[in-house]
Design a protein around this ligand. Sequence first.
Ligand code: CP
Length: 439
Amino acid sequence: MPLLTVLEGLHSAEAYNPAFLVGFLERVREVARHPESYRDSLRGRLIATVFEEPSTRTRLSFEAAAQRLGAGLLSVADPKTSSRVKGESLSDSARVIGSYADLLVWRHPCDGASRLVSRCAGIPVINAGDGRLGHPTQTLVDLATLAESWDGFAGRTVGLMGDLAHGRTARSLAWGLTMLGARVLLLPAPGLDWESGFEERVRVRSGYRLGRVEHPLLRAWTGVESARLLEPRGLLQGRLFDDGASRLERLDALYLTRLQRERGAAAEGKGYVGLRPEQLRDPLLRDCLFLHPLPRREEIPPEIDDDPRARYFEQARLGPVVRMTLFLAMLQAASWELPPLTALPAGNPDHPLGVCPNANCITRAEGLPSPWRLAGGEQRIFLCAYCDARLPVEYVGCRSSRKFHPIHSPAVLQIRPENLRPFRERDAARAEGYIWGGG
Ligand code: CP
C-alpha cells in the first residue's frame, strides 16, 4: 500500500485507525531493536522544527530522531528569535520555512495551527502540539509505552485523569485508545472536564457507548465516586448497581496530566488532583501502569518514581525511537509500507460561516474566516475545519433544491454532503435566495 498518502501530514489523532496504529507500533519495535540499521536512512534530507511554545521532550526527541537518522536540522527553539516577533503571519512563516526543508515539525499555542501550517508549507507537516487541540505524536509515544507491557489493547481499561478541559495529550490519546479497543475511564479534575461534543465525536467514530463505573478511589481523584467509561458496544463489565453503574474492578493504566496553567486553568477547591503514595496499595491499582506525558507537577510525587508500575520516564525515553519511526514513515515512503491514516473531511472554504466561536482558534489569530467541515457519521454537525469547534449553525440549505430547513429537521439528513449549505441565521439563507422548506 502506498505510504505517502498516509503521512503527507500528521495533524490530529482523529486520523488514526486500527490498521495504521498496529502497523506503526510494529515498526517502532523494529526500529527500537535495530536503531543502528537506520543510521543514515535520511542523509541528505532536511527537517525543520519550529516551537512557538516551550518544550523539552517533544523538540529534543524530534531533533534526536532526525540526527540519529542522519538528517540535517533547522531549528527555531525560541519564537523570540524568529521574525514572528516582527508580526510575520503564521501562513507566511510556514510558506518560507517550507521552502527550506523536506519536512516540518511545528508547535503552536493556537488550536488548529498545524492544519494552517500544512496548507501553506507545501511539504509534510507534523503537529508537535497545537493549543489544546491535539498532540498526536505524544499519543504514539503513549501507545508504544503501553505496547511494551501489553499484548493488545482490547479489554484494557485506561483512566485519563486531570485537566481534560485544557490538556491536549489526553484528548489525542482518547482517539488512539478507542481505535485499539481499550476502555477509557474519564477522571476529570473538578471543573476541568472536556466538552460533551468532543466525547460524542470520539464515541461516534469508534462505535463506543457511554457507561458509568463506581469505586471509592474515584472520589479522591474527581470528587465523586462514579465516573464515565467509554467502552466498545456489547461489553458489560462487573456487577450492575441499582443506578446502572458497575463496579470498577481493575485499572490497567492511569494517565495523569498536569494543570494547564498556561491556558488559564485553575484548580477548584483544595488543590489539584493526583496519585498519592498511600493509594498505591489499593487492589484497583495492583497491575496498573502509571503514565504521564510530563512535565509533571504535584500530581505525581517523586516517591512514586521507583514503583515498578511508574512508566513516565520510559515514555520520555521512547520519544526519539517513536519519532524516528515517524520520520522514516514520512520520508522513506517507498520502503516503509503502512496502512494509510484516515483522512478527515476537507474544510469547505466556499461558504464560510464567519468568525470561529473558539477564541483560541488559529483563524482568529490570523484573521481568517472559519471554513467548516462535517463531523463523522450521519449527524449533521458542523465544525471549524481548523480547530474542530462546533459552529453555531441554525439552518441548513440544499444547494440543489434551494430549500432550507432548521438544523434538527429530518430533511437535513436527506441532503447530500456535497449539497449542504449551512447558515447561522434564517435571513442569511433568504439573502442567498433559499426558500423555506419546513421543519
Ligand atoms: N510531553 C511533552 O509534550 O513534553 P514537552 O512539553 O516537554 O515537549
